[in-house]
Design a protein around this ligand. Sequence first.
Ligand code: SAM
Length: 270
Amino acid sequence: MINVKAKKRFGQNFLKDDSVLIEIIQSMPHNDNHLVEIGPGLGDLTKKLVKCKDVTAYEVDRDLYSILQKEFQSELESKKLNIILGDVLEQWNKNNSLYNSKYDMIANLPYYIATNIILNAFDDVKCEHIIVMVQKEVADKFTASCGDKEYSSLGVITQLVSKEAKTLIVVPPESFNPPPKVDSAVIYIKKDLDKSVSVGFKKFLKGCFVQPRKKLIKNLSAFHNKKLLIDIFEELNIPETARPHEVDASLYSHIYTKVTNNGREQNATC
Ligand code: SAM
C-alpha cells in the first residue's frame, strides 16, 4: 500500500474499505457510457473502474498525479486510462463538459466542493449517471423528497433534472484514512437528459429557501409583489401557510414561470 500524507486543503480522505468500493462498482449501470472519476487519489477506486471500462480521471494534486503515473503505467499506455492534472471545476468552466461523449461520473468526491461538482454535473449534458461519495448531510439534501426536513433547493433541483435519486449506502468515518469527522454516503442519481434548470431558476430557489422555516410566501414577497403571489398560490392550490419544504418541485417551476411572466403562464422557463 502506498503511504502518503493526506492534504486537508484538497479534501483527501482515502477510502480503505474494499466492501464499499465493491458496492460502488456493483451499482454502476450497464451501458456504453465512458467513466469519469474526479479525484482518483491513490487509485484504489480507479483500479476497479479500469477493469470495467475506459476511464478519464481528474486529479488536482501534483504529488498524487506523479504516483498515479507510475501505478497505472500500462493502463495509461494502452489508453484505458487518461489522467488529467488540474482542477475539475476549471475544466468545466473552459469546456462545459468533462468528456466528449456520454459519460457516468463515479467518485469519492472532495467534500469541500462536492455540492458544486454535482450541480455542474447536472448542467453537463454529457453526464448521465452520478454515483458519488459525499458527506451524509449533503447526500440527504440531494435525495430528500417534498415534506422531508432536509428538502431544500438542492432537493428541488435534483427532482427536476433526474429520473431517480437515492442513497445507496452510509459509510462510517473508520472506512477512510484519515477518517473524516462525519458520516459519508454514496448517492446514485440517474439524470433525465431532456431536463435542465436555468441560472435564473436557481437564483429564484435560493430566495424561496432563504429562511427555510418561514412561510414560502413570506420569503418570496421580499422579491415579488405580494398580491401577485397570493393569486398564484390560490391558482396553484398552494396554502398560504406552506413552508418551503412542503412545496413540491413541480410547483416551484410553475410559481417561477408565473412570477417571471407576471402571473401569466406562457413558455416554461424553469
Ligand atoms: N478517490 C480516492 C479514494 O477514494 O480514496 C480519493 C478521494 S479524496 C476524498 C478526494 C480526491 O479529490 C483527492 O485525490 C484530491 O486530491 C482530489 N481533488 C480535490 N480537489 C480537486 C479538484 N478541484 N479537482 C480534481 N481533483 C480534486
